[in-house]
Design a protein around this ligand. Structure first.
Ligand SMILES: NC(=O)c1ccc[n+]([C@@H]2O[C@H](COP(=O)([O-])OP(=O)(O)OC[C@H]3O[C@@H](n4cnc5c(N)ncnc54)[C@H](OP(=O)(O)O)[C@@H]3O)[C@@H](O)[C@H]2O)c1
Length: 251
């Protein structure tokens, strides 16, 4: 059977690096994201494997359903779903956040992920042993920090949804993993700060963040383990990142 991966958010960062990593091992790819010109570029780059691109906003459940129903036959039997599309917005304190930004994070990181999972679960169950749902969570889903508010909460959803899915999928052979990265240099901070390149550069300089390729390698590892192994959650931080002591309000 051909190995086929369906990757959301393949236009940048982890998703694009994952597309390259899976292509390196000859996987067929279904790549989605909102920026069509980037998908076209990536398809041209990955000309060693069959690639199907879909301009898709994961928040649109009908569009997701249509994209899955209309997959060309040679891309239909998905083996691995990488639910990667997501974003953080509003790094400021909760009371200063525009409500729209909270809604966008919930709609993308939770509703979007659920939309794609729901559309592809029957296919993955049909593929059976060795298939996987790889959800991209975050250390923010486990560890609180100032300015994380809805972002961290949305990634806590990803963690618990992944665990719960495992219960329901028991016996189907479908694996579920929550990969929870720490600080990684992608377009993530540019998006979070709404285009502040300087803020993004400042965050990553003078330390050694994870790269998109580091996380893509973890995705590939999880997806290609022997069928009987399920990594439930994989939390990955740069060596140069750790926790701080609890903050205390004093007089
Ligand atoms: N970088 C980090 O430090 C870090 C750490 C932990 C977890 N994460 C998580 O890793 C995932 C990937 O982020 P990244 O770091 O690779 O950031 P990135 O470079 O900004 O990539 C985000 C991807 O998500 C896609 N996306 C965003 N909203 C979308 C929507 N509504 N519909 C479809 N696609 C959408 C973007 O594509 P389009 O804009 O073209 O649609 C883009 O391809 C996210 O879930 C993020 O929360 C990142």
């Amino acid at each position: 059977m051909t190995n086929i991966a369906f990757i959301t958010g393949a236009t940048s960062g982890f998703g694009r690096a994952a597309a390259r990593r899976f292509a390196q091992d000859g996987w067929s790819l279904v790549l989605s994201g909102r920026r069509m010109e980037r998908l076209i570029e990536l398809k041209e780059e990955l000309n060693n494997v069959p690639v199907h691109i879909i301009q898709l906003d994961v928040r649109d459940d009908q569009a997701v359903k249509t994209a899955v129903t209309e997959l060309p036959a040679e891309f239909a039997q998905i083996k691995v779903l990488i639910n990667n599309a997501g974003l953080a917005l509003a790094p400021q304190s909760a009371e200063k956040v525009d409500l729209k930004d909270w809604h966008t994070m919930i709609d993308t990181n939770i509703t979007g992920l659920v939309n794609v999972t729901h559309a592809l679960l029957p296919t993955l169950i049909k593929t059976g042993a060795g298939s996987s749902v790889i959800n991209i969570g975050s250390i923010a889903g486990e560890w609180p920090y100032p300015g994380s508010h809805v972002y961290g909460a949305s990634k806590a959803f990803v963690k618990q949804f992944s665990y719960n899915l495992r219960c329901d999928l028991l016996g189907t052979g479908v694996r579920v993993t929550d990969i929870a990265p720490g600080m990684a240099e992608t377009e993530f901070t540019l998006v979070r700060t709404k285009g502040d390149q300087q803020a993004s550069d400042n965050l990553y300089k003078t330390t050694t963040p994870l790269s998109a390729e580091d996380i893509a390698e973890q995705m590939f590892y999880v997806a290609t383990l022997p069928d009987h192994i399920n990594i439930n959650r994989l939390e990955v931080m740069p060596t140069r990142q750790a926790w701080s002591p609890f903050a205390v309000d004093r007089d």
